[in-house]
Design a protein around this ligand. Structure first.
Ligand code: PEP
Length: 252
């Protein structure tokens, strides 16, 4: 039985003061998240604060991206070695906001996932179709292409150390979530694509749903057989809402 993983994505939000308040509020309700794995992905400058603030809680810190390259002459970038050095264990790769605005294509995303895995970081690799692709009946083909690209650089067995997040682009930050049935359909596509390479890995891989998850819709989504957790953007900025989403996941 796969343990559910709930990951917060704070995106480019936070201040030291706001983060401290979030951590105080989360600490007060953290016991309610027992039986689920919890990760909080913050902007780079706040990662040390987050690592310290989550100490003693069953929750880990994550970053939102990493550089493809090893340490060296890459001004403005942050490499996986640095994330590990400050106590970060997880990293999001291929978020649709980076695919759309930073030119990250399938090959770059797969290379980032492979680099994270090679260093011992656990990648949450994002896939998902745009509204135009869904309306054109291409959601399955797009997600299969994105998963195939990941598998070209990362053995299925290694992807298990992290997770894949299905995030339909039309549901991110829009307030319009996929229904449980819509999400389940694509989650089984993701698992099927992995199973064609490695059935055991597919059975164990956690596939998260992301896209306007909130306390009010989390239970329906997280009850689907192939949904093993959530990547939560906007709602994760309020600690009580994030904890409520964690608690809506079946405990294992
Ligand atoms: C995200 O940023 O990964 C996300 C799913 O955002 P939201 O929950 O706000 O749709």
């Amino acid at each position: 039985m796969r343990k559910q993983l709930i990951a917060a994505n704070w995106k480019m939000n936070g201040t030291r003061a706001a983060n401290a308040q979030w951590l105080d509020a989360f600490r007060a309700v953290a016991a309610s998240t027992a039986g689920r794995d919890v990760v909080v992905c913050a902007p780079y400058p706040y990662l040390p604060q987050l690592v310290a603030g989550l100490a003693g809680l069953a929750a880990e810190a994550g970053a939102q991206d990493l550089c493809i390259d090893a340490p060296g002459a890459h001004t403005g970038d942050v490499c996986g070695e640095m994330l590990l050095d400050v106590g970060v264990g997880w990293v999001i790769v291929g978020h649709s906001e980076r695919r759309a605005t930073r030119g990250e294509d399938d090959a770059i995303v797969a290379t980032k996932a492979a680099r994270a895995l090679a260093l011992g970081l656990r990648p949450i690799a994002c896939v998902g179709e745009t509204l135009e692709e869904r309306d054109a009946g291409r959601a399955t083909a797009v997600v299969e292409r994105q998963v195939a690209a990941l598998l070209q650089r990362c053995p299925a067995r290694d992807l298990l150390k992290g997770a894949i997040a299905y995030e339909p682009v039309w549901a991110i930050g829009t307030g319009r979530n996929a229904t449980g049935a819509q999400a389940q359909e694509i989650h089984s596509v993701v698992r099927g694509a992995i199973a064609r390479h490695d059935a055991d890995a597919a059975a164990a891989l956690r596939v998260l749903y992301g896209g306007s998850v909130k306390p009010g819709n989390a239970a329906e989504l997280l009850a689907q057989p192939d949904i093993d957790g959530a990547l939560v953007g906007g709602a994760s900025l309020v600690a009580a809402d994030f904890a409520a989403i964690c608690s809506a996941a079946p405990a294992r």
